[in-house]
Design a binder for this molecule. Structure first.
Ligand SMILES: Nc1ncnc2c1ncn2[C@@H]1O[C@H](COP(=O)(O)OP(=O)(O)OP(=O)(O)O)[C@@H](O)[C@H]1O
Ligand SMILES: [Mg+2]
Length: 259
């Protein structure tokens, strides 16, 4: 098992309801540096809602989201809006299932990586471009494409570019919503390898939502299973998948159910 760092995220009894639909009900968990938490669960079970609450995008009705570094602990939803808007982009990165939602399509690939770096205080053109090149290389995109618009990239390349954009600022916490959905199997496998090596290299904390048990097994150290807004099972990934206790998890891993 990988050595674990400090606790980065602690979620306490998070609730979010849309009208009469309870999307998250009393969700609690914590996450350490270098750790990957997988979330699986049926469609509509509240996975994306949970990620949005953690990413500062949707305010929960109740509960606490604590994000910690070596020298601070921030209560995400207790801080004022201006402070949150400043804090989140440099600390938390949300990777969308559809890369087009996480990219700026009208600026170049290099610009997509440089933009969050500039928001975090980067100013020097030469070093921004050098960092962008480095990241293109890391995610296996030819550096000569640096001035191309993401529009002309394939779906897999766009997803790799989104990951580069999301990780270049070295966020402490990375939230991924179905990062490999919609990609063909060989592209998926390469992307998973890349994600695993980046997690190890950067020591980030990752929450990854996936419909795919194979992705969960490859990527996640721990697994949380959600159903109708509740966490119904959680534990080490191998334990949960090899010895599922809840009937829904049993159904999920028996591969009768392909959600
Ligand atoms: N902005 C919203 N307004 C109203 N209802 C919403 C909103 N966002 C989510 N919901 C509802 O909350 C519930 C949880 O949705 P959510 O998108 O979090 O599920 P999910 O687990 O991500 O599903 P999927 O696997 O299909 O992406 C659903 O019933 C959904 O219809
Ligand atoms: Mg979702």
């Amino acid at each position: 098992m990988k050595p674990r760092g400090r606790e980065v995220l602690r979620v306490k009894r998070l609730f979010k309801t849309f009208g009469s639909v309870p999307a998250c009900r009393a969700v609690s968990f914590s996450l350490r540096q270098g750790e990957v938490l997988g979330i699986v669960g049926e469609s509509g079970s509240g996975k994306s809602t949970l990620l949005r609450c953690l990413a500062g995008r949707i305010q929960p009705d109740d509960g606490t989201v604590l994000i910690a570094s070596d020298d601070y602990v921030v209560d995400l939803w207790a801080m004022d809006e201006a402070s949150r808007e400043q804090f989140v982009p440099t600390t938390v990165s949300l990777i969308h299932q559809n890369p087009r939602d996480g990219l700026r399509l009208e600026i170049s690939a290099g610009g997509n990586i440089a933009e969050p770096l500039m928001a975090a205080g980067g100013r020097h053109y030469g070093s921004l471009r050098a960092t962008a090149l480095e990241w293109l290389e890391k995610v296996d995109i030819d550096g000569r494409r640096i001035d191309d618009l993401p529009e002309v990239f394939s779906g897999g390349m766009q997803q790799r570019l989104q990951i580069a954009r999301g990780l270049a600022t070295h966020p402490r916490l990375v939230l991924m919503d179905e990062p490999t959905g919609g990609l063909d199997v060989s592209v998926q496998a390469k992307l998973l390898d890349l994600l695993r090596s980046l997690v190890l290299e950067l020591g980030i904390a990752v929450v990854v939502v996936t419909h795919d048990i194979g992705v969960a097994r490859l990527l996640a150290d721990r697994l949380m299973v959600m159903q109708r807004g509740r966490v119904i099972e959680e534990g080490l990934t191998d334990q949960v998948l090899d010895d599922p206790h809840h009937p829904y998890t049993q159904l999920l891993v028996s591969s009768v159910l392909h959600v």
